[in-house]
Design a protein around this ligand. Structure first.
Ligand code: SAH
Length: 245
């Protein structure tokens, strides 16, 4: 995936605040190329205000008179729609679509089109697209705010882009190595000895106590640091027991 080959195209946006919100949504997710097709009001104070720290994207935005100009050099075009249209077209959700966008962006110029706040994209505009994207919202209230729709699409692209950088699991981030079988065995010996000395475990009738404790600790999976703390507690406990010897 190459984010530099992906452009977000807003068609005839009415509210400059939405343009600012889109710039922010894009920049948060590492995208920078914003195209504005005949915006009603731009540049505008409200756009800069909503963009917060993303006004560099507004300054770099390409403004065109027509959609054709904005996507002339694109090889892969995705149209977004809040409703299912009469003309059947390949229709994907944001996650499936992001996978396609990511693949194409490696070598090709890709555009994702977003429509007008009041009417979306026209059928003619949607016919220019290779794919249609629909965010599976509640059919009874399906239309998202423009900037929020952009946010969802950009987020899915972000997740793919960073997929290789994410740790496979939280355990990879753990700050201490997990304890070895050998160290656990020494801990169990230490624990058993201590439990006998404090009179909790009767060696003549041990029942299943050690087995149950083993099951408890193996379920938790102790790390070396935690194991050292527990062994420190056992050592101090035994010292107390022997203090009066
Ligand atoms: N009333 C319009 C909604 C426009 S919302 C209509 O029915 O088409 C403005 C833009 O936000 C849409 O053109 C689309 O680009 C995007 N959007 C809003 N909700 C969406 C959804 N559920 N799925 C995909 N895009 C959506």
């Amino acid at each position: 995936m190459n984010p530099d080959n992906i452009r977000i195209v807003l068609v005839n946006t009415s509210h400059p605040g939405n343009i600012g919100g889109v710039a922010r949504a894009m920049k948060n997710m590492g995208l920078a190329r914003l195209y504005l097709v005949a915006p009603k009001q731009f540049p505008d104070e409200q756009a800069s205000w909503r963009a917060a720290g993303a006004d560099d994207l507004l300054a770099g935005a390409v403004v065109t008179d027509s959609l054709a100009e904005a996507i002339a050099d694109c090889q892969f075009v995705v149209g977004t729609s809040a409703r299912e249209r009469r003309i059947p077209w390949p229709l994907l959700d944001p996650r499936q679509c992001a996978a396609q966008i990511a693949t194409h962006s490696g070598q090709e110029q890709v555009a994702v089109l977003f429509g007008r706040e009041d009417r979306g994209l026209t059928n003619e505009e949607l016919k220019l697209c290779n794919l249609h994207l629909h965010i599976p919202s509640d059919p009874g209230y399906s239309s998202l705010n423009l900037a929020m729709a952009v946010q969802i699409v950009c987020y899915e692209l972000r997740m793919l882009h960073i997929a290789g950088d994410l740790p496979a699991s939280a355990e990879e981030l753990w700050d201490s190595p997990f304890s070895t079988v050998d160290n656990m065995e020494r801990f169990y010996e230490h624990l058993e000895q201590t439990l006998i000395e404090i009179g909790f475990l009767d060696p003549a009738a041990p029942r299943q106590l050690m087995a149950r404790l083993r099951r408890l600790y193996s379920r938790v999976r102790l790390d070396e640091m935690e194991l050292n703390i527990l062994r420190g507690i056992l050592t101090e406990t035994r010292k107390q027991v022997h203090r009066d010897d």
